[in-house]
Design a protein around this ligand. Sequence first.
Ligand code: IMP
Ligand code: MG
Length: 186
Amino acid sequence: MKIQDIQKEIVREVISEEQIDKKLGEIAKLIDEEYKGKDLLLVGVLGGAFICMADLSRHISVPLEIEWIAISTYGHGTTSTGVVKILKDLFTDIKGRHVLIVEDILDSGLTLSWLKDNLSTRGAASVEIFTLLRKPDAIKIPVEAKYVGFDIPNEFVIGYGLDYAQKYRNLRSIAILHPDVYTQKS
Ligand code: IMP
Ligand code: MG
């Protein structure tokens, strides 16, 4: 899906396909340097990270494995409920492994601070975070992300894996969702 397909549902595009691709290439180079000779495991957070994972992992040159975890924080709305729950856990033991969490967006920090702590207690050699997007003005719990794609304004965005009520994940770029879309129903 392209931006033209949902012109009336968005305010504007904030990050283009080209910008994302370029940024992922740059970050992959840093990851290649950092994880050379290390046992790298990318842990994607379902479902928002699926496109990011596909593209980032293919830019990386060092050997790696991919795993997925699903946690719930948001339900169907646009604000956090504050509750974190594991819906699907990892299949493998991460003891002694170098884990890089791959996430779509760092918003309040609730999800990632919880997940980083949780994975660290399992005896990983290291646990770091890659997040494609970060909203610096929305942060409530400070979380250190080693790799950040883009800082964006504190507005609800969709596309490139990010959803609103499970929709728009297949948009190729990232756009600010028009408030009419989530206010008209209530
Ligand atoms: P946090 O726990 O508040 O940092 O929120 C992280 C999760 O909330 C992300 O993994 C997203 O699934 C979701 N989220 C936060 N902001 C947005 C947004 O602007 N668009 C879509 N999903 C978002
Ligand atoms: Mg998510």
